[in-house]
Design a protein around this ligand. Structure first.
Ligand code: ZN
Length: 120
């Protein structure tokens, strides 16, 4: 996680504005029809703790934004171990976007960097 010193609030505000702009730019009303959809699967096909084959849980869908891809719809398949309830999510998606966030790590870095420039 990127930490922003002092200008944290400004950076968050800019981040929100940026994301709204990107999402609005894809066309209001047809948002979900236009943006690309990415399917993400857990890389684990076997529970490392007990060796069981994980069961498929309800897929999660969210709109995410990264500098690289822009706005996209992330469809994530989540697996869980039937024995110890360990949950397996996609490492690939997690490396792009924080688990409960919609902004890519690269967006956070970009906003943090640009707000540092503005502070000078
Ligand atoms: Zn297990």
């Amino acid at each position: 996680m990127v930490r922003v010193k002092n200008s944290g609030f400004t950076a968050l505000k800019l981040l929100k504005q940026f994301v709204n702009k990107v999402i609005a730019g894809t066309g209001a009303g047809t948002l979900f029809a236009k943006i690309p959809t990415g399917h993400f699967y857990p890389e684990t096909l076997e529970c490392p703790a007990c060796g069981s084959m994980p069961h498929i849980r309800k897929p999660r869908t969210k709109t995410a934004v990264t500098m690289d891809i822009g706005a996209f719809c992330a469809k994530e398949t989540v697996l869980s171990c039937p024995h110890d309830q360990t949950v397996f999510a996609s490492e690939q998606l997690r490396s792009l976007v924080p688990e409960r966030g919609t902004c890519g790590f690269d967006v956070i870095v970009e906003v943090a960097t640009s707000s540092m420039w503005m502070g000078r």
